[in-house]
Design a protein around this ligand. Structure first.
Ligand SMILES: [Zn+2]
Length: 679
C-alpha cells in the first residue's frame, strides 16, 4: 500500500490529475441518520410493524433457546446438549469464570449473532422508541459486559474461552475461520456503536473499546500477530469506531479505557492489507492461508473479481468501500469498482441473490446462474450493503438500482409475512422449500434485522449542494444542506403504483440540486452490463409543480437545479407495468428462459395458482394484466395472463412477487424462470 501514497500527493498538489482519478474525487454522498428519517409508507410501514413487534422479539427469544425444533440440525443439536441452544448461557458461563469446559451452545459465531441482533434492535429503537425492547437489550448487555469483565485483557469470545482457551484469535494451532473470534469481536463493536447512537448509553461501547484496544495490541505487522478476520465484516466496523470518536471526542472520557481512535483505522486497514500475506514459512509471523474462501489467496487490491464465501466477500467489499470513502485511497477505489462490476455484471441473480454454489457458500464462475442456486439471504444483504456504500463513494444511481433489487426481492423473501420464519437459501426454483422457525446456523434473521432497520437511512442522501432521492418510500427526511434545513416529504404507492410525489419544505427559498434516481429498468437498462435485458417501453415522466420537465440525467439521477421554495413538488412517474426479462447469451444455465418483473419486483409462479406450472412456457409478447389484491399475501400486485404449456394447450397463469412465495400452505413449489415458447 505504501507505493500508493504518491498519487495522493500529486492529487493534493494540483487539480491536473483530477480527471484520471475516480469520480469519487468529485463528490460523495452522505446517508441520513436514522433519527432524521420517518417512514410512512403503504408498502413498507406494515412490514416494519411486523419486524418491530414480532421479528426482533422472535429472534431474541430464539437466541435464548426458546424455539420449536423443525429441522434435523436443531434436533441434532438438542440431542447433543440435552437442550435447545441458548446463546446467552454461553456468556453466563464465561462470566462465572468457566473455561475449557468443552461445551458451548450453538455455533462458534453465536456471540456474533447476538451482537448483530442488538445492532438491528438498536436501529429499530433509533426510529421507534420501545421501552420494553430497550430494557431487554440492557439486560443482555449486562450479561455480555459481565463475561468480558472476568478477562484482564478484555478478551471476549465464548466459544474459544469455553472450548479452546489457548487458541484466541485462531493462534497456537487454532483457526479463526472456524472460531470467529475476530468476526464476533467486530460485531460486538458494531452493536456498541449502534446502541450508543440509538440510546446514548455507553456500556456496550466501552466493552467494544476494550476489545478493540486488545485487538490492536495483539494484531498487526510483526512483532504483533498475523491475524485477519476469518470472516469479513470487522474491517468496516473498526473504521466506524474510528469515525465515531473523531466525530465525538467528548465520548472518550466515558469509556473507562484509553481511546486512540487512529488505532482503530490502522487495524481496519491492516485487516484489509494483510490479506494474502501469509508471512515467511519459517518466521513466527506465518499464518495458514484461508485461500479464496476468505478472500485471503492474494492481496485484496490484486484481486479483480469477487470470490469465495459470498457473505464474507460482500461484507469485506463493503468494508473496503467504506475505507475508500474515508481515505480516498485510489487502489481501494479501483478494487471495489472491479468487485462490484464483476458481481453485478456476471454473477448476480435476477432477485439480487448472490453466491451460486452451496459448497463453501461461494460465488460461482462468471455467467453461472442456475435456477437451483444457493443464494443465502445474508449474501444478498451483504451485496446490498456493498452497493449502498458504492453509491456513497461514486454517486451513481446504478448502485441503488441494485440495492433496490435486493431490498424488494432476496431480502424480503428471507422472512415470512408473519415475521417469525426464515429462509437461508433463496433458489429461483424449488419444491418443498419451507421457511424454518430456527436453524443450526441462524445467521440470516439477524442480518435481515440489520438491513431492514438500516434501510430508511438510504432513502435520501446529500452532499454539500445536492440532495438525493434514492428510494421511493413514503417518508420525511430532514437534511442539513449548506447550513439550511430542508425537509423532503415523499408520498408514493410504489412499488405497486408508478407515481411518487416529493414535496420540498424549506424556511427560505434556496437554490440547490435535487437528484432523483431513475431506475435502469425504467429506461430499458435492466442491468448496467446487460446481464439481464428488458424493454418496458417509455414512460418515465418528471414534473415540477405540475409542469413536465426534460429528464436531465447524470449518472442515473435526473437532476433538477432551481431555487426551491416551500411547497414545491416534484412528481416522478415510473413505468411499473409488467415486463419480460431475458438473460445475456453468455448465461448458458438459463438459456432460452424468461421471467416477469414489474417495477423493482421480480415475480414467480407458485403451484397453488398454477397447477402443472412445470410444463408452462411463456411468450415474450404475452399480454399481461396487473391488479392489486389487498386480501392476498398482505396486499400484492398479481400478474395474470395466458400462455401455452409444452403440449401446446392454452393455460392461464398467475404470478406473485418472488418475496411472497411460500407463504401459503401447502404450496411450496415455485419457479421464476419459464422456458420461452418456441425456444
Ligand atoms: Zn445467513
Amino acid at each position: 500500500m505504501i507505493s500508493l501514497k504518491k498519487p495522493l500527493i500529486v492529487l493534493a498538489l494540483g487539480q491536473l490529475f483530477f480527471s484520471v482519478q475516480s469520480s469519487a474525487q468529485e463528490h460523495t454522498i452522505h446517508p441520513l441518520t436514522l433519527q432524521s428519517v420517518k417512514v410512512n409508507d403503504s408498502f413498507w410501514s406494515p412490514k416494519i410493524r411486523v419486524w418491530n413487534t414480532v421479528t426482533v422479539y422472535d429472534v431474541l427469544d430464539k437466541l435464548e433457546g426458546k424455539y420449536e425444533i423443525d429441522r434435523p440440525d436443531t434436533k441434532a443439536e438438542k440431542e447433543r446438549t440435552g437442550h435447545t441452544s441458548d446463546a446467552f448461557h454461553n456468556f453466563d458461563l464465561v462470566a462465572q469464570g468457566k473455561t475449557n469446559i468443552g461445551q458451548h451452545d450453538g455455533p462458534p459465531w453465536y456471540d456474533g449473532l447476538v451482537y448483530e441482533t442488538i445492532r438491528g434492535a438498536a436501529d429499530i429503537l433509533a426510529e421507534y422508541p420501545d421501552a420494553k425492547l430497550e430494557k431487554k437489550l440492557d439486560a443482555y448487555i449486562d450479561r455480555i459486559a459481565a463475561a468480558q469483565a472476568v478477562d484482564p485483557d478484555g478478551y471476549l469470545n465464548t466459544y474459544t474461552t469455553l472450548t479452546r482457551p489457548k487458541q484466541r484469535w485462531g493462534l497456537n494451532g487454532g483457526q479463526d475461520r472456524w472460531q470467529h473470534d475476530v468476526y464476533n469481536a467486530g460485531m460486538l463493536v458494531d452493536a456498541g456503536i449502534h446502541y450508543y447512537r440509538a440510546t446514548g448509553k455507553t456500556k456496550l461501547l466501552s466493552v467494544s473499546v476494550k476489545l478493540s484496544n486488545y485487538m490492536y495490541k495483539v494484531m498487526g505487522p510483526a512483532p504483533k500477530n498475523n491475524v485477519i478476520p476469518g470472516h469479513g465484516g470487522p474491517e468496516e466496523i473498526e473504521l466506524r469506531l474510528y469515525q465515531l470518536f473523531k466525530q465525538h471526542p467528548e465520548l472518550k472520557a466515558k469509556m473507562g479505557a484509553p481511546v486512540h481512535e487512529q488505532n482503530y483505522l490502522t487495524l481496519a486497514k491492516y485487516w484489509i492489507d494483510d490479506r494474502g500475506n501469509h508471512g515467511n514459512p519459517d518466521s513466527t509471523y506465518k499464518r495458514a492461508s484461508d485461500g479464496s474462501y476468505n478472500q485471503d489467496a492474494i492481496p485484496v487490491t490484486q484481486q479483480t473479481t469477487i470470490e469465495g464465501h459470498a457473505v464474507r466477500a460482500t461484507l469485506l467489499a463493503s468494508g473496503v468501500t467504506a475505507t475508500a470513502l474515508e481515505t480516498k485511497d485510489p487502489a481501494y477505489i479501483k478494487t471495489v469498482n472491479n468487485y462490484w462490476n464483476n458481481m453485478i455484471g456476471k454473477r448476480m441473480f435476477i432477485t439480487g441473490g448472490e453466491g451460486a454454489i452451496a459448497d463453501d457458500e461461494r460465488f460461482g464462475p462468471d455467467y453461472f446462474l442456475p435456477e437451483h442456486a444457493y443464494l443465502e439471504t445474508c449474501a444478498s444483504i451483504g451485496s446490498g450493503f456493498f452497493s449502498e456504500q458504492m453509491n456513497e463513494l461514486e454517486a451513481d444511481g446504478k448502485y441503488m438500482d441494485e440495492f433496490e433489487r435486493v431490498a424488494y426481492n432476496n431480502l424480503l423473501s428471507g422472512v415470512s409475512l408473519s415475521g417469525d420464519h426464515y429462509f437461508y437459501e433463496n433458489p429461483l426454483i424449488a419444491t418443498d422449500h419451507n421457511r424454518w422457525a430456527w436453524h443450526g446456523c441462524p445467521c440470516c434473521p439477524p442480518m435481515i434485522l440489520k438491513m431492514v432497520s438500516a434501510l430508511p437511512q438510504y432513502i435520501y442522501g446529500y452532499d454539500d449542494k445536492r440532495v438525493y432521492v434514492n428510494l421511493f418510500i413514503g417518508s420525511e427526511g430532514k437534511i442539513k444542506l449548506d447550513g439550511s434545513d430542508i425537509t423532503l416529504k415523499q408520498t408514493t404507492g410504489y412499488p405497486w403504483k408508478g407515481t411518487t410525489h416529493i414535496e420540498v419544505i424549506t424556511e427560505k427559498p434556496k437554490t440547490f440540486t435535487m437528484n432523483v434516481r431513475i431506475p435502469g429498468w425504467a429506461e430499458n437498462k435492466e442491468n448496467p452490463f446487460d446481464l439481464y435485458k428488458s424493454n418496458v417501453g417509455s414512460g418515465v415522466k418528471l414534473k415540477v409543480n405540475g409542469k413536465e420537465i426534460a429528464l436531465n440525467q447524470v449518472k442515473g439521477y435526473a437532476t433538477i437545479t432551481r431555487s426551491w421554495k416551500k411547497g414545491d413538488v416534484v412528481e416522478l412517474t415510473l413505468p411499473v407495468q409488467p415486463r419480460i426479462v431475458s438473460v445475456n447469451d453468455q448465461v448458458k444455465t438459463i438459456k432460452g428462459k424468461i421471467a416477469i418483473a414489474a417495477g423493482p419486483i421480480v415475480y414467480g409462479f407458485e403451484s397453488l395458482d398454477n397447477p402443472g406450472v412445470q410444463d408452462y412456457t411463456l411468450t415474450a409478447n404475452t399480454v399481461m394484466a396487473i391488479n392489486y389484491k389487498p386480501e392476498l399475501l398482505n396486499g400484492v400486485n398479481v400478474i395474470t395472463g395466458e400462455t401455452t404449456d409444452k403440449a401446446g394447450q392454452q393455460v392461464k397463469f398467475t404470478a406473485i412477487p418472488f418475496y411472497s412465495l411460500g407463504n401459503r400452505k401447502p404450496s411450496t413449489t415455485y419457479q421464476v424462470w419459464m422456458p420461452e415458447n418456441g425456444k
